[in-house]
Design a protein. Structure first.
Length: 691
């Protein structure tokens, strides 16, 4: 018998599930056990289902500890897993009794221009379980079950005169079959890497890896993707027949675990592996923030934790989920209607020396020629251009219809990064003074870099920067930073975060260029599913150097660069284009980069597999764009169903030949609305209606 899960002193997983043979997790024995709670689980289970009935949550109480499990089409997805929270005023992971439960239907609609879908109709079943300890109401667990997601959070109540608490630990577990494979981003240790700036959430993913590992010893950065070997009995959840065959994406369930709703009232969390398929919530590392501050959050009572989210189903469900935004609400009103859009960025090609007055003026002219709305001026502008120079550039940009984003170092005392301006964003008085100057000079937004981890003071700094920036009408981009957790809806002036191995790595090392296609085929399935990703890519230079003749060599095609402008979602995009591209890049590529949108109304996943290939469609207004890239060594050949285009539509199709030479041609869509395509390794595909 193979032991699947690792029970500890507290009953985190059902002992019966823990002793099942590893190959039987998806079979009838486990399902029978889950269907016989009076025999197995010590008390009658409470069950709630998604509106379409395909996802079922089962909640039980075993020896005083709440336990949950999730099934999809009657097949187990999450085995019996422990819930609970330990505070300094009481341990609410054991010794509990269930007082009662309440169930209701949730039906909400909201519009948000800066996420993957501009309008969302959210429907879910809500189950709230009320728990007592020694006759006192101490804890609620609130669940939301939608047609592709399960989410839950804790609510802790005062204990007598004690109106505040410290959350010492969450007993929140996710128990997966040992037959599951993982697609994970290891968490780095704190105070390492460049100028001791880690963790920066910029580590390479491991793909198709067995469960049972704990990253580099510190767990994994959210979101975390898993694939089981169990196939849904009800077939693919999608009904629009976008592609006649999903290929490698089919066969088994996909599971994405993450969190949303984190603000200054809690810590940012990670996922730790206990053993086998047994994962749990982990708090920040003690060394983060240069060792300052606790790893545990404090809260006023009654207080609620962030939401833990589990998206289940096909890869389409993973890619298209809106759960990070469904569960949160705006925290303040927008000072103004914020304008998103495209921009240029000299640093990715020219590095620090490019942050001078003449070069930034040249990039303003370039943005104007491209019809872009902004220029991002990176580090050292305060020393190499100066405040008066920035004021002059801002006036010049206004004449050209181009606004400025300015880079800032977040740092107070949590790393050694020397880039300036420094010591401004971490101090409320200085920060607001700086923002007032920006508002007076028409600065469009800020990019703040080099954060120090996920402890509560750092999460509060994110929130304070966003709140203050809104007071002065500034958009905010974060780099060297944590994962956004529903922030697009929570903070109206939030634009995007990095939290990924982004484009600067292509400049710094040839290895990153060699692996560009593989990495680009990961992000649409994992990092970019849960929030805007500021990648700063889509370069058309052949070399990452100011003269386009020296530096690291781009291995991907021009069509690939265009496709990632559609595949990577962020409402503000500062592309890695350069003024020389007006003359040395194909005219069809420049024309497309002039008109590609950065905000979208709809997303549809077509086909793909993490790290191998991806094909997706996005809609802006009435216009659809289909984009694909391939990292597989062999050419990717697919017949795509394209029902978003009318029969007989004349399509612009951008393709690569075997030598990665791109071209654009016109094809008319036939009656079956299908198109056969081939994408070579490191190449791309782009389809749009004739413009």
């Amino acid at each position: 018998m193979t032991k699947q899960f690792k029970p500890k002193a507290s009953p985190r997983v059902s002992p019966l599930l823990g002793s099942l043979p590893s190959g039987r997790f998806g079979g009838g024995l486990l399902l029978l056990l889950l269907m016989l709670p009076t025999v197995v689980l010590a008390q009658t289970a409470t069950t709630a289902k998604s509106p379409n009935g395909r996802i079922a949550l089962q909640l039980t109480l075993e020896k005083g500890q709440p336990m949950y499990s999730i099934s999809y089409d009657a097949q187990p997805v999450i085995g019996s897993s422990a819930l609970g929270i330990v505070t300094n005023i009481g341990d609410y992971s054991t010794g509990l009794t269930l007082k009662d439960t309440q169930t209701r239907d949730i039906s909400e609609s909201y519009s948000l221009p800066n996420i993957k879908r501009s309008h969302v109709d959210y429907k879910a079943t809500e189950l709230v379980a009320h728990y007592e300890q020694n006759g006192h109401h101490v804890l609620d667990i609130c669940f939301r079950i939608s047609n592709r997601d399960v989410a839950f959070r804790y609510k802790v109540y005062p204990k007598g005169e004690k109106k505040v608490c410290v959350v010492e630990k969450e007993q929140t577990f996710f128990c997966l079959s040992t037959q599951t494979t993982s697609f994970l981003c290891p968490q780095s240790k704190p105070m390492g890497g460049f100028a001791r700036t880690s963790p920066s959430y910029e580590t390479p993913y491991t793909l198709d890896d067995p469960v049972g590992k704990n990253g580099w010893g510190e767990g994994f950065t959210f979101p975390c993707l898993f694939k089981t070997t169990v196939s849904p009995s009800g077939g693919n959840p999608r009904r629009d027949n976008l592609s006649p065959s999903r290929g490698e994406s089919e066969g088994g369930f996909w599971i994405l675990i993450s969190e949303t709703g984190t603000d200054g009232g809690y810590v940012g969390c990670r996922l730790l592996n206990e053993q086998g398929g047994n994962y749990c919530i982990g708090f920040p590392q003690s060394g983060e923030l240069n060792g300052v501050g606790s790893t545990t959050p404090s809260m006023a009572l009654p207080g609620e934790t962030p939401w833990r989210t589990i998206t289940v189903g096909s890869l389409a469900d993973i890619v298209e989920t809106t759960v990070p935004f469904d569960l949160v609400q705006p925290k303040y009103e927008a000072l103004q209607t914020y304008q998103y859009g495209k921009g240029s960025w000299s640093w990715i090609i020219g590095m620090d020396p490019s942050c001078n007055y003449d070069e930034q003026k040249r990039y303003i002219d370039f943005s104007a020629a491209m019809g872009y709305q902004s220029v991002l001026i990176d580090a050292f502008w305060d020393k190499q251009i100066g405040y008066k120079g920035i004021e002059k550039l801002a006036r010049y940009g206004k004449e050209k219809g181009v606004g400025l984003f300015l880079w800032y170092n977040s740092n107070g005392s949590w790393n050694d990064a020397p880039q300036t301006p420094i010591g401004k964003m971490n101090n409320a008085r200085v920060r607001r003074q700086e923002m007032r100057w920006m508002q007076e000079n028409g600065i469009r937004g800020i990019k703040v870099d080099f954060f120090g981890g996920d402890k509560q003071p750092m999460m509060q700094l994110y929130e304070d920067i966003l709140s203050d920036a809104n007071d002065y009408g500034l958009l905010v981009i974060f780099h060297g930073c944590t994962l956004p957790r529903g922030w697009e809806r929570m903070y109206p002036n939030y634009a995007a975060s990095e939290a990924v191995l982004a484009s600067e790595n292509l400049h710094f090392g040839q290895g990153a260029c060699d692996a560009e296609a593989r990495n680009a085929c990961i992000h649409p399935f994992i990092r970019n599913t849960v929030g805007a990703m500021d990648f700063g890519g889509s370069t058309l230079n052949k070399f990452y150097g100011a003269d386009n003749q020296h530096g690291t060599v781009r291995r991907t095609s021009d069509v690939f660069a265009l496709a990632t402008a559609v595949l990577f979602q962020s409402p503000v995009q500062h592309f890695a284009l350069a003024p020389n591209n007006l003359n040395d890049a194909p005219a069809w590529a420049i024309d497309f980069m002039k008109r590609v949108p950065t905000t979208w109304d709809e997303l549809r996943f077509i086909d793909g597999y993490p790290g191998k290939f991806v094909i997706m469609a996005r809609r802006c207004g009435q216009k659809w764009y289909v984009a694909g890239i391939n990292a597989s060594q062999q050419p990717l050949k697919k017949t795509l169903s394209l029902p978003m285009f009318d029969k007989g539509t004349s399509l612009l199709v951008y393709t690569d030949n075997a030598e990665l030479n791109g071209a654009v041609g016109t094809k008319r869509l036939g009656k079956k609305q299908q198109l056969s395509v081939t994408i070579p390794c490191n190449g791309g595909l782009l389809i749009e209606a004739e413009y």
